[in-house]
Design a protein around this ligand. Structure first.
Ligand code: AHR
Length: 518
């Protein structure tokens, strides 16, 4: 028996020696096919990465606000009723800006319901999601929470059922120092200093028939323009976001053009929304699904340029991609609490790659949403845990800054309908202060690693590179309160010279911070 085993080992070893040098096995052929090249040139700048592209969003929906960021009865909350574990997790995500209070919710929201003594605040029916809103969390609570987590507030005004006066009065309440009706009301409510809210959205998804107060592009354009003028009349320093397309079943290109025709002189951003999902359980189709959002960015950039060319305006108008995520399983269900898996995390990394690749025009993006509702952070009564999508977002928000650079990527492809989709989805940037390249690579290949030559076209690599990898055993792996099957692992590698070869594992997202020489 022992003899037989030894013989088998010897035969296998001899077989390996015979075929290994020839690179002719099926696996080796695949290894050759699965070879890529990325050529980096730090002089090929696309644009400065705005930290606001790592933003987030909280809406009065399900357990996002109540039971998410705010839960006064919980032993896990501070004296203001804010969940301390959620504050901690939000800080780990390094969230620069958070949009509030909706979403669909805002189109029926009257902000004055949510200020003053809590016992006097009215309970209202919310027709967006079918909940009762008790208004115990409103403007002042939201600002206090933002200061606590050190993030910028981004308010969206109600251009559904709301009025122009309501919108401008909200700016007055928040941004005027003192001596007017609404600023003095804020002081009476316990906030002596103005909230100084800089970012304001002009309504939410007004192009969608599901929206309370849905309008045509023309009607919205006129209404939003007059509202914008009043809001800027109160505070000329605010930055405004016009509601761009979210309804891709309609003529979304016309919508974007029409609203910019009206508001090109007034706004700083046009918003885009996009959600994706793996409804057909088709992994490769899902991996390519961010392609549509990229097309929407390119088309909208063209419309912005075309509208700018008709004016004297010198200041640019940017894109705020202020809602994006994977959302299809819990859609419309109570709470909309998606449980994410590894493939979802890869898609989120691809969204972020896309924002970096278009850093010249995408200057804000907000993952929808932050807690419990389609979210990276999930709370229970006992604590909170991180969904798979937490990890790519945290890596980008903590590390990916500087100038996005345009790199040449040569990757094996797969066929999807008539298109060739590269297995490697890549973004590259150069952080001058740190003298490092930030390389983000999603390997969409389900079962094969892709060996990649990373070549510098300008200066050499030199030092210890840090590699972060988000991966798991299976693309369907999910996290839970007790198991973190998908998370970030890190290692360091030495780099020197003009070439580094790295093997990106199957179904992974990898970030490499590569130090450059002088
Ligand atoms: O983020 C959830 C919802 O998705 C928002 O309320 C709405 O704007 C979008 O349709």
């Amino acid at each position: 028996m022992i003899k037989k085993t030894r013989l088998i080992i010897r035969i296998s070893f001899t077989f390996y020696l015979l075929i290994a040098p020839g690179l002719i096995t099926k696996n080796n052929l695949q290894a050759q096919t699965n070879h890529a090249r990325i050529k980096l040139d730090i002089e090929r700048e696309v644009g400065e990465i705005d930290k606001m592209i790592y933003g987030n969003f909280v809406e009065h929906l399900g357990r996002c606000i109540y039971g998410g960021i705010y839960e006064p009865d919980s032993p896990l909350s501070d004296q203001h009723g804010f969940r301390k574990d959620v504050i901690q997790a939000t800080k780990e995500l390094n969230v620069p800006i958070v949009r509030w209070p909706g979403g669909n919710f805002v189109s029926g929201y009257h902000w004055q319901d949510g200020i003053g003594p809590k016992e006097l605040r009215p309970v209202r029916m919310d027709l967006a999601w079918g909940y009762r809103e008790n208004n115990s969390f409103g403007t002042d609570e939201y600002i206090d929470w933002c200061r606590e987590v050190d993030t910028e507030p981004y308010f969206c005004v109600n251009l559904g059922t709301g009025t122009m006066d309501e919108a401008r009065n909200w700016v007055e309440y928040c941004n005027i120092d003192k001596g007017t009706y609404f600023s003095d009301l804020r002081i009476k409510n316990g906030h002596r200093l103005p909230h100084k809210v800089i970012y304001w959205g002009l309504g939410n998804e007004v192009d969608g028939s599901w929206q309370m107060g849905h309008k045509s592009g023309e009607d919205y354009g006129k209404f939003a323009l007059e509202t914008a003028k009043l809001m800027k009349g109160i505070d000329k320093n605010i930055k405004l976001v016009v509601s761009g397309s979210s309804n891709y079943g309609g003529d979304w290109i016309k919508w974007n053009r029409t609203v910019l025709e009206y508001l090109i002189e007034q706004v700083d951003y046009i918003s885009l929304h996009n959600y994706t999902g793996n409804r057909n359980n088709n992994y490769y189709e899902f991996m390519a699904s961010t392609g549509f959002a990229e097309k929407a960015i390119k088309i909208t950039e063209g419309i912005i340029q075309s509208e700018l060319s008709k004016t004297e305006r010198k200041k640019p108008v940017y894109i705020a991609f202020d809602e994006y995520n994977v959302w299809y399983r819990a859609k419309g269900e109570e709470g909309n609490e998606e449980v994410y898996n590894l493939e979802d995390a890869l898609v989120i990394a691809s969204y972020l790659n896309m924002f970096v690749r278009h850093a010249n025009v995408v200057k804000m993006a907000n993952l929808a949403q932050l807690v419990n509702v389609i979210a990276p952070i999930f709370t229970t009564k006992e604590g909170s845990w991180y969904q798979t999508i937490f990890y790519p977002l945290a890596l980008f928000a903590n590390n990916c800054y500087g100038k996005a650079i345009d790199s040449y990527v040569e990757s094996p492809v797969y066929q999807l309908d008539e298109k060739e989709i590269p297995y490697l989805d890549v973004s590259t940037s150069f952080n001058k202060e740190k003298n490092e390249i930030i390389l983000n690579v999603v390997n969409r290949h389900k079962d094969q690693p892709i060996v990649t030559d990373i070549l510098s076209q300008f200066r050499s690599f030199d030092g210890k590179a840090t590699v972060y990898e988000v991966n798991g055993n299976d693309i369907k792996d999910q996290n839970s309160a007790t198991k973190q099957l998908v998370k970030t692992k890190s290692l360091t590698i030495d780099v020197k010279g003009e070439k580094v070869t790295y093997s990106f594992p199957a179904h992974s997202y990898t970030m490499i911070l590569i130090p450059m020489g002088d």
